[in-house]
Each structure stands twice: as C-alpha cells, then as structure tokens.
Design a protein around this ligand. Structure first.
Ligand SMILES: CCCCCCCCCCCCCCCC(=O)SCCNC(=O)CCNC(=O)[C@H](O)C(C)(C)COP(=O)(O)OP(=O)(O)OC[C@H]1O[C@@H](n2cnc3c(N)ncnc32)[C@H](O)[C@@H]1OP(=O)(O)O
Length: 205
C-alpha cells in the first residue's frame, strides 16, 4: 500500500510565494472595498502599477520563464488551482491517499462568488478538472481533458471548508475515466465525471 503523499507544492513563507499571498489579499480586499469604499483608489492603482512595473523590470524573458515553469518542482507551482506562485489559485493542496484517490480541503472567499454567498459554478469546474488531472497522475496514467460532466447538486457555500476529492475509475486504451466531488459538511455539492485522453503536449525547452 502506498503511503499518503503531498502532490501539490507546499507554499513557502518567503520569496514569490509570500508576495503572491499578499496579492491574493489585495484581490480579496479590493472586492470587499468595492465602489463604496472611502479609500483613495487612484493612489492605490498607482501603487499597484508601480509594484507590477518593478516585477516586470526584474522578470526573466517570457520564453525562459515558460521553460522554468515546466521544469522540476516548477510544474506544480504555477497552475490556477494549486499553484503557490499563482495569485488566482485559491490555492488547493492535494494529498494522494493510500486508496488511490486524492483529497484536499479549502475555503473559498469573495473572489470565487457566483450566486449570493456561494461558489461560482465555473470555479468548481476548474477545481474539479484539475483535481481529476492530479488523481490521474497519482494513479500513474494521465492525459488531457476531453470531456468533463458536472452535476451541481446543491449550492456550494463560500467561507466554509470544502472537501475536494478525485479518483481514477478506469483506463481503456488511451481513454481514462476519473470522477470527483466537492462536498461541504459531508454533503455533495458538485460531482464530476471526466474523460481524459492519454496525450501530453511537449514542455517548452
Ligand atoms: C506523483 C504525482 C505528481 C502530481 C503532479 C501533478 C501534475 C499536474 C497535474 C495537472 C492536471 C491538469 C488537469 C487539467 C487538464 C487540462 O486542463 S487539459 C486542457 C483541456 N483539454 C484540452 O485542451 C484538450 C483538447 N483536445 C485535444 O487536444 C484532443 O481532442 C484530444 C482530447 C487530446 C483527443 O485527440 P487525439 O489525441 O487526436 O485523440 P483521438 O485519436 O481523436 O481519439 C482517441 C479516442 O478518444 C475518443 N475521444 C477523443 N475526444 C473525445 C471526446 N471529447 N469525447 C469522447 N471521446 C473522445 C475518440 O473517439 C477516440 O476513441 P476510439 O476511436 O479510440 O474509441
């Protein structure tokens, strides 16, 4: 039996991960502030643009960055679901379980809102697509999403811990079938069935 294993990058307390954590806070704070805020938004925009100018000035060339993103640990650091270097990622951390499934827990806030007080359906789709992909890696046979079927059973709450699961259910030639769910308080909010085709695009080098 395989021991449980962390499959996503552990966020660091310093370096780019710390800056990304701050950027996530900015995204959330802007949304919370809204147009009714008394903060001086013109000055805030100037400050944020100056931060971005500084980052761009010191960034490697885009083609070099693309190579780094797909080398070694970089692979799990940039994606929009688990990546500690990606400010739009919640981020979700996934653990491969001994039974072959993957599992993670996360709480989503205002940037991920769809219906009032609840998670946007497209965000659940994004999280489940990625989780099913990681479940395929954990199972040892992976590919690209060809079909993703979602069932939204009940609204998915914001501000409450959500359990995200995925497991590979079958492989038939190049066709890989995987399922998963988002649950809150033990109730399934969203379930997913995915068809993946064993194919990988070449990594930039
Ligand atoms: C230790 C672990 C570390 C963990 C480390 C983590 C690593 C990090 C994990 C990252 C996890 C990312 C998870 C996100 C995954 C994406 O987001 S992938 C991006 C979204 N998907 C795409 O862009 C795919 C776009 N589509 C395509 O490229 C192509 O259509 C496909 C899907 C690859 C298939 O094309 P193809 O290779 O030419 O396949 P083709 O020969 O046409 O078909 C093969 C078979 O599949 C069937 N098929 C193909 N498409 C379909 C379809 N849509 N519906 C039904 N059947 C289909 C065909 O009918 C055919 O069946 P048979 O005739 O063999 O019975």
């Amino acid at each position: 039996m395989t021991a449980p294993q962390e499959l996503t990058a552990d966020p660091h307390q310093d370096g780019v991960d710390a800056a990304v954590t701050a950027a996530r806070r900015v995204i959330e704070s802007l949304l919370r502030a809204g147009s009714g805020s008394t903060a001086e938004m013109g000055r805030i925009a100037d400050q944020l643009n100056s931060v971005a100018d500084n980052l761009d000035e010191h960034a490697p060339a885009m083609n070099q960055r693309m190579v780094d993103m797909w080398a070694g640990e970089g692979t799990t650091r940039h994606d929009p679901v688990t990546g500690p270097e990606n400010a739009i990622a919640p981020p979700l951390q996934l653990i491969g379980q001994s039974d072959g499934s993957v599992r993670g827990v996360l709480t989503l806030g205002l940037p991920y809102q769809g219906p009032p007080g609840h998670v946007h359906g497209g965000i659940s789709a994004l999280i489940l697509d990625h989780t099913l992909g990681v479940a395929n890696h954990w199972a040892g046979v992976s590919g690209m999403t060809a079909e993703l079927t979602l069932r939204y059973h009940r609204p998915t709450p914001l501000f409450e811990p959500l359990t995200i699961t995925g497991v590979q259910t079958g492989v038939d030639g190049r066709k890989i079938r995987t399922s998963g769910a988002v649950t809150a308080g033990g109730e399934v909010c969203v379930s997913a069935e995915g068809l993946f085709i064993a194919k990988h695009l070449p990594r930039p080098r």
